[in-house]
Ligand binder design. Structure first.
Ligand code: AMP
Length: 191
């Protein structure tokens, strides 16, 4: 089992890279953002709750997100050769819950791969993506700035959290998609 956390600011390319890497390494891809969007489009109770935060660019509360993630893992664990977590964890409470949850199953986070890119570059990317993604949180610069502020306040401390566990790998997130995939793939292959 190889369990990988893909980490980075909004727009850093986590989803794009996870989609390629899951095929290459036969990993189950779990994107908490995608699970929330699925619930929103199916008008579930969870979707309605998540939307009220996502529409503002804020993080959905930990308790809701952690339970949802553990349900997703439980659902797929029988066939999984490992996971690629995309957009989770985003807070220290989530990271601790993930460690506890995986260790109960005899697993761990093997590597956290941080995709690095600066905020101006990412804002331009997100606004471009917003033209076609249908994501309302990608079309409004104020919401994008709130997402960065949430990242800086709540998610950035995880860099230290994973560095202390010797699990953090930084990757330059600027360049062609294929080049970036290669950078990440060489780290996963070396684990
Ligand atoms: P993403 O698709 O990863 O950009 O996530 C879109 C939005 O979903 C975020 O701005 C948050 O509102 C919410 N979200 C996704 N993952 C999480 C998480 N791990 N914790 C809290 N909120 C999340």
């Amino acid at each position: 089992m190889k369990n990988i956390v893909l980490f980075g600011k909004p727009g850093a390319g986590k989803g794009t890279q996870a989609s390629v890497l899951k095929e290459k390494f036969e990993l189950v891809h779990i994107s908490t953002g995608d699970v929330f969007r699925y619930n929103i489009s199916n008008q579930t109770e969870l979707g309605t709750l998540a939307k009220s935060y996502m529409d503002k660019g804020e993080l959905v509360p930990d308790s809701v997100t952690i339970n949802m993630l553990s349900d997703e893992v439980d659902r797929s664990i029988a066939q999984a050769k490992g996971y690629i977590f995309d957009g989770f964890p985003r807070t220290t409470a989530q990271a601790k819950a993930l460690d506890a949850f995986l260790s109960e199953k005899g697993m761990q986070v093997d590597a956290t791969i941080a995709l690095e890119a600066d905020e101006d570059e990412l804002t331009a990317r997100l606004l471009e993506r917003g033209k076609t993604s249908g994501r309302t949180d990608d079309t409004d610069e104020t919401k994008i700035r709130t997402r960065f502020a949430e990242y800086n306040a709540k998610t950035a401390p995880l860099i230290d959290f994973y560095q202390k566990q010797n699990k953090l790998y930084s990757v330059n997130g600027i360049g062609e998609i294929d080049q970036i995939t290669e950078r990440i793939a060489s780290i996963i292959a070396s684990l």
